[in-house]
Design a protein around this ligand. Structure first.
Ligand SMILES: [Zn+2]
Length: 149
């Protein structure tokens, strides 16, 4: 399942990626290709009140990330899979690749380099991820979304 967020929901897009969900941010919803096959219909989240001609969409009312996740919890909960942890770049949605520790030495703080193993890198924007603060943040949001009823 693919999720789409308009440009006013950039923070929501990041959090959906933290949750392991395939989430695209778009600037101009009018340029979206219409999805012809209903089985492929993505969830399209927007803060724009005006309806789009060819896309079904889900209007997000809240401005805080906690409330936004709460609004869509029933939609996203079935797609959350702990196996998807640390698989996707939070910034650009690209699937991460494992990278040799020595290859990222120049790209992470010295303390991180010496105290962590298991680095991953986004092949698109080159952001480097490691087990640590990112993982804690992910687990926090996974627990948050699971606790919503
Ligand atoms: Zn990236």
């Amino acid at each position: 399942m693919r999720f789409i967020c308009d440009s006013m929901l950039g923070n929501l897009a990041k959090h959906l990626r933290i949750l392991g969900l395939d989430t695209v941010s778009i600037k101009d919803p009018y340029r979206l290709e219409p999805y012809k096959d209903a089985a492929d219909l993505p969830f399209f989240f927007t803060k724009r009140t005006k309806a789009f001609p060819c896309q079904p969409f889900i209007f997000i009312r809240s401005d805080t990330i906690e409330e936004q996740l709460n609004e869509i919890r029933n939609l996203i909960q079935p797609f959350i899979n702990p196996e998807a942890f640390m698989k996707r770049c939070i910034e650009c949605n690209t699937l991460l690749e494992s990278v040799a520790k020595e290859d990222i030495e120049a790209h992470v703080p010295e303390y991180v380099y010496h105290h962590h193993e298991g680095f991953k890198r986004c092949p698109s924007c080159k952001k480097v991820y490691w087990e640590g603060t990112h993982t804690k943040e992910m687990k926090k949001w996974i627990e948050y979304i699971r606790a919503l009823k």
